[in-house]
Design a binder for this molecule. Structure first.
Ligand code: NDP
Length: 338
């Protein structure tokens, strides 16, 4: 059986996550039992939610156990099979975790899914045609429910979720404005992702200044906001929301390392009769097929060509993950393992 390198959670962060929270471990993969398959991972997905699981705190997801392989989405190839539904060479997506190989009980519902790479690259099943894409779809379609001509705004606009959001929002005829960190990301947002405008929040030191930029980019106000960040960005957007606007609360990455995220004017929710709804995409499995169909078509037809940030080798995973939490990724953050 092949030697398998894994990244374990070694200890929990005290405030900001650091490289020493992780540990590289190597072992042999165990022999397969009936029903199991051995998957060689080609790509590992790094996602902001993993930061929350590093804490031992009450949340929607169980804390990551200490001394065990970090959990995470993977795509790869079946290299050995004792399951009649999976053959050697099948391309699969699963939750293999931060390691080079995984032994999967493929009879478990949802544990492993075969994917077709004829028109969609394998890595896209961790991004636009995977969990982040479906996240954008759910927040936009089911919570914000836009009408053509509405104005949509999203923060972390060029990331895995944001890039899919732009394509989905433009396909529904919406004026679509991104908020992202830095001139390069904003240029890419407009020129490649199709945003009508993108605001570099890093050039604004307070919410009032960012709100002024939003007023210029959204002259008819904001009907839908897809929240990924929290803090100053949310404060600024709230002041520009139209009456009966909808806010899909997807993430608050500015607070994942423990920083408080106070809301300056919560009364604006009342004044503007806003709908504010949080969601976790894995709790809405019923919409995944419809969402994946639209996202798969967007990617297969070249309408959505999101960027990827690729770290090389399992040893690079911790630093790449810490970089993601600081905005050093440019597009979907992956680790290439083959
Ligand atoms: P991204 O690829 O967008 O990467 C994260 C980005 O967040 C960074 O590149 C950076 O972009 C931005 N960021 C980081 N720190 C800050 C900060 N302090 N202030 C402002 N922006 C910051 O990640 P994803 O697309 O995978 O995820 C986006 C959001 O969606 C996250 O909040 C995540 O937790 C959430 N999410 C929620 C899900 C759900 O079911 N609710 C499912 C999947 C994701 P920039 O350089 O532009 O600042």
């Amino acid at each position: 059986m092949p030697r398998n390198q894994q990244i374990h959670l070694n200890n929990r962060p005290d405030g900001e996550a650091v490289a020493s929270n992780f540990k590289l471990v190597a072992s042999e993969t165990p022999p397969l039992q009936d029903g199991q398959v051995l998957v060689r991972h080609h790509f590992l997905s790094l996602d902001p939610y993993m930061r929350g699981r590093m804490n031992d705190a009450k949340s929607y997801a169980m804390p990551q156990a200490l001394g065990e392989t970090m959990g995470g989405g993977t795509v790869g190839e079946v290299v050995e099979s004792k399951n009649e539904r999976f053959a050697v060479g099948d391309k699969v997506v699963g939750m293999g975790g931060w390691q080079e190989y995984s032994v999967v009980d493929a009879n478990q519902v949802g544990a492993l899914r075969k994917v077709d790479t004829t028109h969609v690259p394998l890595s896209a099943y961790l991004g636009a045609v995977g969990m982040p894409g479906v996240t954008a779809w759910y927040g936009l379609v089911k919570i914000i429910a836009p009408q053509a001509g509405d104005t949509m705004v999203i923060s972390a606009a060029t990331g895995a979720v944001g890039s899919a959001f732009a394509a989905l929002s433009k396909a529904r005829g919406c004026h679509t404005v991104g908020i992202a960190g830095g001139p390069k990301k904003c240029k890419y947002a407009v020129e490649e992702l199709g945003y009508d405008a993108c605001i570099d929040y890093k050039t604004h030191t307070d919410a009032a200044s960012l709100a002024k930029a939003l007023k210029d980019a959204c002259p008819k106000g904001i009907d839908g906001y897809f929240e990924n960040v929290g803090g100053m960005v949310l404060d600024a957007v709230l002041t520009r929301m139209n009456a009966f606007g909808r806010i899909a609360v997807c993430g608050m990455i500015a607070g994942y390392d423990g920083a408080p995220l106070p809301l300056t004017y919560p009364a604006l929710i009342l004044v503007n009769r806003l709908k504010v709804q949080g969601f976790i995409v894995s709790e809405h499995m019923e919409i995944w097929p419809e969402a994946l169909k639209e996202l798969g078509t967007q990617v297969a037809t070249g309408k959505l060509k999101p960027r990827e940030s690729i770290a090389l080798g399992i040893k690079a995973a911790p630093e790449a993950f810490l970089g993601l939490l600081k905005g050093r990724n440019f597009g979907k953050q992956l680790v290439k393992l083959v």
